[in-house]
Design a binder for this molecule. Structure first.
Ligand code: DP6
Length: 349
């Protein structure tokens, strides 16, 4: 059944993916991070989700991904169960959820941040409508971020425009392990020209899921040093973002990306998600930066793809470099042209 049902309540949101500069790796309790992370949202990589509620006897959840009924609904049913303590009405409705991504399914891009971000925004809007609360408030975004976190940790950073921080830090008292806060105030204008060329190295299924990866930090011999490092890095990066210090930005961002992968390689059991082509891209980016003096760096998620970060003013030079020297190392010559984004969008009821 795909028509709009009687008694339906509908919400539709577009939510971007985000890329972490300071990495969340390792969790405790229920989806709480062992260290604070900092990210920015993308503009062109997003999920659009609609949630329709209706009542007709037996409770059920239908989930359609890009028009086809999908088994992803197991994870969603589990999630709906988990959040029913906070939003009791979820137990009283049937759910029909439609979701689609702007990026190809096979791109090897993690979609859990944008998916749970969009779903959480829909649920928060429906919840606020249910209790007659204004959606135009910081409470709305905080609630959406917290709900998103319960689905996937990194998703809590996707509900704001520009930069966000998730996790307790010494930087702001308002930082929390429960939800992310927006960070765009005071940031030097140069960082609002951040661009992200996502170089697609391998679209195959990840060898190790993010959850198993986070788990590997529990008994990790470097856990304490990693948490201390992330703490230093987030303080330094925030300072660089305020002062427009591109050089410091580059150093910290690369240190974080490589530390994340170092944690994977040195965990027990050990795993390695970088591919030979990822390493080739990294060394070419570093060589070109040295030669051209163009400020650019790379970051990496829990996968083999390389995010080449650069600034708007060098767009033409960097795109020419990508075409000339990097595309040969991308799967089928594919990359995604993205940049810092304006945050989620309500797509109407
Ligand atoms: C390497 O948010 O995907 O991208 O909370 O288990 O859903 P779960 O994990 P997830 O982990 C993301 C890890 C990362 C770093 C980051 O985004 O901060």
């Amino acid at each position: 059944m795909t028509g709009t049902a009687k008694n339906a309540h509908l919400s539709r949101w577009r939510c971007p993916s985000n890329i972490a500069l300071i990495k969340y790796w390792g969790k405790r309790d229920f989806q709480k991070p062992i260290n604070a992370s900092l990210s920015f949202v993308l503009q062109n990589s997003f999920t659009e989700t609609s949630v329709e509620l209706y009542k007709d006897g037996n409770q059920k959840v239908e989930f359609y991904f890009e028009g086809n009924e999908s088994s992803f609904d197991n994870r969603i049913e589990k999630y709906l169960n988990q959040i029913s303590e906070r939003i009791p009405w979820v137990n009283k409705y049937n759910f029909r959820i439609h979701s689609s991504n702007s990026f190809p399914h096979s791109a090897g891009i993690a979609s859990s941040a944008s998916s749970f971000g969009a779903l959480a925004l829909c649920l928060t809007e429906l919840d606020f409508a249910h209790s007659g609360k204004e959606t135009d408030s910081s409470e709305f975004w905080q609630n959406a971020s917290e709900l998103a976190r319960m689905g996937s940790g990194s998703a809590c950073r996707s509900v704001y425009p520009g930069f966000a921080i998730w996790g307790k830090t010494q930087l702001f008292e308002s930082c929390s392990d429960d939800y992310a806060i927006p960070l765009s105030e005071g940031i030097h204008p140069v960082f609002f020209g951040l661009c992200d060329a996502i170089l697609l190295v391998d679209s195959g299924k990840k060898e190790v899921s993010s959850s198993a990866g986070h788990q590997s930090m529990n008994e990790h011999i470097y856990q304490r040093s990693r948490v201390a490092q992330a703490c230093l890095n987030i303080n330094e990066l925030y300072l660089a973002l305020l002062t427009g210090d591109q050089e410091k930005f580059i150093t910290i961002v690369e240190n974080e990306a490589l530390s994340l992968h170092a944690m994977m390689m040195t965990s027990n059991p050990s795993f390695m998600l970088l591919k030979p082509k990822s390493l080739e891209l990294i060394s070419r980016i570093r060589r070109f930066r040295e030669k051209s003096k163009i400020p650019m760096s790379f970051t990496i998620d829990a996968g083999p793809n390389i995010h080449l970060l650069y600034f708007q003013e060098s767009e033409l030079d960097v795109k020419a470099f990508i075409e000339r020297e990097l595309l040969g190392f991308c799967e089928n010559g594919k990359w995604i042209d993205d940049q810092i984004g304006k945050g989620p969008e309500n797509r109407g009821r």
